[in-house]
Write a protein that binds this ligand. Structure first.
Ligand code: ASP
Length: 453
């Protein structure tokens, strides 16, 4: 069977939902379907998830929830009407949202997740009801009953391994199953969501659980491009990526798949096919294990270029650092004790830089961390740099090929972009440059021109 996931733009209105249903019905293997919440119909439109976040925030701050609640209800209601659905969908939706809003607000993150999850949950109910209304054997699947158990990290959950065996039972059903993306249940029965864009993760978990022939991920582009089309005009479409390439590019801000969506399918070697709801006959882009890459793909040295902002660097200097056993571990321990995850640690003989996501920063916390570094590690100097970005060139073909770095650094130099850091992992799938955030777009353009123009 195939697991098939549709993103928000594919659920945005009745026209899109009809396309979704005809894609599902055109292939009898497409039986397990994951849906997102309705996304934007036009550029300035609201995503339902954003409305739900606003709704939860209004409730938490004691503001009037009515206008936003009505907006959400209207959004689904107009879809249901345009699909000529009769029945009590609107009343059920109102009751569902009202019940969620009435639940305890003592844990804000828990309340927020409960509201956010309503987007996908009602989307799945709507699509299942529509398919039934046109005579199809479809059913809404409740993630709790199906056994999708997640860690209790609200807004950033991870799947617990025990989910897989339970979810595998879905393969035995003969209906078209409509499964809401983005959320599951903790062991204590609370609704928990993945991080934003997490319906991709739901699809990948289900694909791994039922050992799907393929995981089809439908979005609104014909294929994945070598660079962000909002930065580079008409970038080259890439028909195939390895898991590693896509993982690195997603990490660096490629907006194609959720960063964590490949992990569940990686070990099973299930192919992911990114396809276009608005042009389903186009073959799309495949994401495959390295050993399945085609000859054409191997011709590329670099297959993608991406940049992401929102990083900071903590520079630590100590004369004779290289002679000190355990220095790096103790430094990272200080961060670990404060619950901070680090990204990279480029180092010199007497210095080490720790690259951290800026979202972890707050002044009080970092004052404390820096004091601890001085006192516990007797260092000479600690300083922080903000507004950093990383730009990455990615490609399995870089392995053992000569001159990639030279081409990249020349391109950045010609564009007058200062490189603060260079990092190449031993896998040689990517080279990462630390640059100032203001240079992020220009660096993608310069590197794209150097490798693809
Ligand atoms: N609707 C959620 C979001 O906007 C999850 C998703 O679409 O994958 O983040």
């Amino acid at each position: 069977m195939k697991v098939i996931k549709f993103g928000g733009s594919s659920l945005a209105d009745a026209v899109q939902i009809k396309k979704v249903c005809s894609i599902i019905l055109s292939d009898s293997e497409r039986r397990l379907v994951v849906v997102s919440a309705p996304g934007k119909r036009f550029k300035t439109d609201d995503k339902v998830t954003d409305l739900l976040i606003a709704l939860a925030e209004a409730a938490l701050s004691g503001k009037d929830t009515e206008p936003t609640l009505e907006k959400v209800i209207d959004r689904y209601d107009s879809i249901a009407k345009d699909l000529s659905m009769t029945g009590s969908f609107k009343e059920e939706l109102r009751a569902d949202l009202t019940e969620r809003l009435a639940s305890s607000r003592s844990n804000k993150n828990r309340f927020m997740d409960l509201l956010k999850a309503a987007g996908e949950d009602n989307s799945a109910k709507l699509v299942a009801a529509y398919l039934k209304s046109i005579g199809e054997n479809a059913e809404y699947i409740n993630p709790r009953e199906a056994g999708l158990v997640l860690s209790d990290e609200f807004g950033n959950a991870q799947v617990l391994p025990k989910s897989y065996n339970k979810l595998a039972r879905l393969a035995r059903k003969d209906s078209i199953m409509i499964f809401p993306g983005f959320f599951g249940y903790s062991e204590t029965g609370e609704v928990v969501t993945f991080s934003r864009g997490g319906s991709d993760v739901t699809g990948a978990i289900l694909a791994a659980a039922v050992n799907a022939e393929v995981y089809e991920n439908f979005t609104d582009v014909d294929s994945v491009f070598a660079a962000d089309p909002r930065i580079v005009e008409n970038p080259t479409p890439i028909p195939m990526f390895s898991y590693e390439e896509m993982r690195e590019l997603s990490y660096a801000g490629f907006n194609v798949l959720h960063e964590e969506a490949l992990a569940p399918v990686y070990h099973k070697g299930i192919t992911v096919n990114i396809k276009n709801t608005n042009n389903p006959d186009s073959p799309g882009t495949l994401i495959v294990p390295t050993h399945s890459l085609t000859k054409e793909h191997k011709k590329y040295k670099v297959v993608g270029i991406a940049a992401d902002k929102g990083f900071m660097t903590l520079h630590v200097e100590k004369y004779m650092m290289n002679r000190e056993i355990g220095f790096g571990r103790r430094l990272l321990q200080i961060l670990e004790d404060e619950g901070i995850s680090y990204e990279h640690t480029p180092s010199g003989i007497d210095s080490i830089s720790v690259i951290i996501r800026e979202k972890y920063y707050n002044e009080e916390l970092f004052d404390r961390i820096i004091k601890t570094i001085y006192s516990e590690l007797s260092v000479d100097n600690v300083k922080t740099d903000f507004d950093q970005a990383i730009v990455m060139i990615v490609g399995n073909g870089m392995t053992h090929s000569i001159g990639t770095l030279a081409t990249a650094t020349k391109a950045l130099a010609d564009a007058n972009i200062n490189i603060n850091m260079i990092n190449q992992g031993s896998s040689e799938v990517s080279i990462m440059f630390g640059i100032d955030a203001q240079d992020a777009k220009a660096s993608v353009k310069a590197l794209y021109d150097a490798f693809f123009a």
